[in-house]
Design a protein. Structure first.
Length: 238
């Protein structure tokens, strides 16, 4: 089977990838005879105030909510088992805090913190975090030349379409730097954290994410796949 030729421009590749996956999702639903669930109209999210968010990040809301810096690092760059928070859009970050708060994303550490913030505060801290640099450089030209034997590069650049696994780059950017408001940066995540999230999607402890893709993709990723992708991005950061 011949692979489709994809345009070289990163934005076009991301857009075509998103359209392709929407089409595949619709086809799968039609074959299964099920229709997508109706979505209730979402309440308008409050606009975030980055200056107020900076205060929340560094001071928290004593005594119930600790400062973000106490776990995630002074510049939200990540520390130990706590992931970096930079490189993602405010809408994505706010959605994660809302999910921790309402229980749709399970996490014993983040749930009480998110619940301790009101919707405006969650929007504020998300706006500030989204303004911080991630340190992930967007490549001038998309990486190419992945070989089948290099599992991490192959999955990141080309995916495994026979199994329904798209390239990481098709949604998260050619350098894993994140795209737009809803697709987060992944290039700076550790293999352990990536694996933890994959297991959460498999167990239904995380929502499916943008375009409803990640729950299905996670079920098709092995621990070796996750380690390979994390190692690929780590090697490019050096």
């Amino acid at each position: 089977m011949r692979l489709l030729h994809m345009p070289k421009h990163p934005a076009l590749r991301v857009g075509i990838g998103a359209v392709l996956w929407l089409a595949l999702s619709a086809t799968a639903q039609a074959q299964s005879g099920s229709a997508p669930p109706a979505s209730a109209p979402a309440a308008a999210a409050p606009a975030g105030n980055a200056k107020a968010g900076q205060t929340l990040m560094t001071a928290g809301v004593p005594p119930a909510v600790a400062a973000c810096t106490s776990c995630h690092g002074q510049n939200a760059e990540g520390a130990g088992a706590f992931p970096p928070l930079t490189g993602s859009g405010a809408a994505y970050l706010r959605a994660q805090l809302d999910a921790f708060a309402d229980g749709s994303r399970a996490n014993p550490i983040m749930a009480p913190i998110a619940k301790g913030l009101n919707p405006q505060q969650r929007a504020d801290v998300s706006a500030y975090l989204a303004s911080l640099p991630s340190g992930i450089a967007r490549p001038a030209t998309p990486p190419s030349g992945a070989k089948p034997g290099d599992a991490g590069a192959w999955l990141a650049q080309r995916g495994r379409m026979g199994d329904g696994v798209p390239a990481c780059a098709s949604c998260h950017g050619p350098g894993g730097e994140g795209v737009g408001e809803h697709f987060p940066a992944i290039a700076h995540l550790s293999a352990a954290y990536m694996q933890e999230q994959v297991e959460a999607w498999k167990a239904g402890k995380r929502g499916p994410g943008p375009l409803g893709l990640m729950s299905g993709i996670a079920k098709k990723l092995s621990s070796d796949d996750v380690k390979a992708v994390a190692a690929y991005y780590a090697s490019r950061a050096k």
